[in-house]
Design a protein around this ligand. Sequence first.
Ligand SMILES: CSC[C@H]1O[C@@H](n2cnc3c(O)ncnc32)[C@H](O)[C@@H]1O
Ligand SMILES: [Zn+2]
Length: 457
Amino acid sequence: MVDLQDRPDLLVVNGTVLTMDEHGTVIQNGAVAVSGDSIRSVGPAEKFNIKGAARIIDANGGIIMPGLINTHTHAAMTCFRGLADDMDLMTWLNEYIFPAEARLSHERVYTGAMLACAEMMLSGTTCFADMYLFEDAVAQAAARAGMRAVAGEVLYDFDSPNYGSIDKGFDYTLELIDRWRNDPLITIAVEPHSPYLCAPDLLRRAAAISEEHEIPMIVHVAETAGEAEQIRKTHGKSPVAHLADIGVLSPRFLACHCVAVSQEDIDLLRAHDVKVSHNPESNMKLASGIAPVPAMQAAGLCVALGTDGPTSNNNLDMFMEMDAAAKIHKVSQMDPTVMDAGTVLRMATIDAASALGLGNVTGSVEPGKKADIIVIDTHKPHLTPMYNICSHLVYAAGGADVQHVVINGVPVVDDGRLVSFDAEAVMEQMEQIAAEIRGLHDWTAKRANTGAKAGKE
Ligand SMILES: CSC[C@H]1O[C@@H](n2cnc3c(O)ncnc32)[C@H](O)[C@@H]1O
Ligand SMILES: [Zn+2]
């Protein structure tokens, strides 16, 4: 018997536990005991006194595993999902997204982020890293929803609709750090947008804050070849070499995308122990390219997964992201052995936690870690039979198969229903925001994706 002197607050039983610990331990008919916000013990079910638990979650023969971690998104961009698709990054940003974002407010970002939290929790994501405007609203939304989040206000060289000039942007970031310092769910990061929108001085100031407060620094890096070209023209080197030269790379630096990087760039990233967030669906949708992830992993880099914002993906489902990550590199290298399912699962769990500096907090089902746990219902036609758990999770399962979600010891999705807040009310508020956005412009006049040319409309 596992020594459970006190009654656990929660016992998750009757499932296969995929721990994602360093040995890749899988426990058939396992159980996980939770006390307060933390995992107390993990093992075969027969070692637990089931009657002793205050609350029981029955996994019903399914999979008990760590919650998925989305290492790069712009959650509140749910406000603009589907507003503009099928165009390149710069057209999309300059002609559609920036004009729409000029009307953002704290309240709208809060609603957009709440909606994103509902979508993420229902599809098994327990933690996300966010970069956006009015980021205090995102932190408030995540805390209210009961989600773990790493949140950072975007910083760039021009005036922001939130804080105005860059000095105020740094003040805003420092206030966020102060306000959320002891929060159980929220970590603040410093988040300059990218080397193409941030001068070296801004990037150095951000790096100093990251170092002083020991918080992540999250930056878009080498998302497209066009961006790399622009940096080469301005600074005479690649975006990664430029960042290394100005002295801002560190183990706390999370570089998002890293599509347009060379082997020398990869070696530089490794030398500084920089972490990478890979966003394959966004990179495909915006035709940005394919990040050389197998080469990064071969060099020993920690590469995690992220969806990017819900306007460039267009969903926040990490199961779909895992599927895409596993397949895109196979076809690009014409080699089906690259990016196997187990590797991809690590990128969405334990490697993602490490990339965010949360490796001791979350990302695996192990005693002492916070109880961020999901249960997958495998009693479904598309998951029967199950020869290999990792294979099913990456190639066959979807967010809709998530049955239970526990974050920081609190059940937030129960039998497929969100229980931590009223998602219906948030959807109604979002419809009001959308009505105003629709009224801003004749968006459809510019849009190329109506299918009209093909005679579909
Ligand atoms: C990310 S918050 C700041 C700013 O960036 C815009 N943005 C959204 N997605 C992307 C992307 O993939 N690359 C670069 N910039 C992006 C967002 O709309 C905000 O204005
Ligand atoms: Zn992004």
